[in-house]
Design a protein around this ligand. Sequence first.
Ligand code: UT7
Length: 350
Amino acid sequence: MRTYARITGWGKYLPEKILTNYDLEKMVSTSDDWIRSRTGIGERRIAGEQESASTMGTEAARLALEMAEVLPHELDLIIVSTSTPDNVFPACASLVQNALGATRAGAFDVNAACTGWLCALAVGSQFIANGVYRNVLIVGSDVYSRVLDWSDRNTCILFGDGAGAVVLQASDVPSGPLGFVLGSDGAGGVHVYAHNYFGAAGGRPHKGRPYLEMNGREVYKFAVKVVCEATSQIVAEAGLKLADVDLFVFHQANDRIIRAAVKTLDIPLEKVLINLDVYGNTSSASIPIALCDAVERGMLKDGSRVVMVAFGAGLSWGASIVQWGVREEAFSPARQAFSPNAIPVMESRG
Ligand code: UT7
């Protein structure tokens, strides 16, 4: 019998400090009107001095564990997706493991920028599907405020800090992530870029601290294309139609990217979660925070089918289709009507 990785708990953490578009008007040559009309973003959260990817990730994880009623020592594995880790090493996942007291858990980080949390979800799900582990924590946490050039209006207006987490638990009932699409086009890596701390061969020459550089127009075109393609692909591979999906959670980078994809795919906007107006782009945390907000808004319920699509630096992208539900009784036979081919699929294109 196949084992599924059911999502049984979720949590988010957003730092207290809010940076509004009006605050940004005082820092760079921009306006609330420009930012809202070009991105949909109104404000974002900024981590405090004592906060980091690991501290925020730990807070989100605590909430997810509490909801799942899983004790830290029951965790088998912790995967943290981040591209702004506290240190080069140790991994953020080890810091989270220690802070939680998850004494039995293995721990490692995944970095695929904004696509990273979906990659971490894919990896964690495989460990459950193949019977190796029963309780896995998947965290997405990023502090882009620390890698932004606050004098560059092209980039500093887009991002915010935050964390989100889910608990995956082994289940016999078809539930949790039922398929994955993962893609990479490394040739486009130049379009979103942050060098590392030690000027490795192959990196760009640089001075000072790492900061994010971006060719916004190229990323925009890439994003609309992959959101449409990955959505269609994951739904088709599950043997479903777009109309069978209850909720679409796309990476929260730009309202215009989401709306362009929605138009091309011809899906109703009511089925699309948008929270970038208050958080901006939180990179790895974007999708898990959006899942939490979808539940809070009543858009995601036991039995819902949700499609998630992320994209970002790499260039990279990922998608998954999830049968949502904490309680086993949520899964009526009708809601389990996935194609037998809808096994977790790992795919990479260079
Ligand atoms: O996780 C993935 C991360 N990245 C993304 O998702 C980014 C994807 N790209 C985008 O979201 C959009 O391309 C941006 C929001 C970054 C830019 O929007 P755009 O409509 O593509 O603007 P643009 O780059 O074509 O710039 C238009 C103008 C330029 O002025 P000129 O050259 O036409 O005189 C920019 O200098 O807008 C100017 N501009 C700004 N003006 C006011 C750029 N940023 C700002 C700003 N405020 N913050």
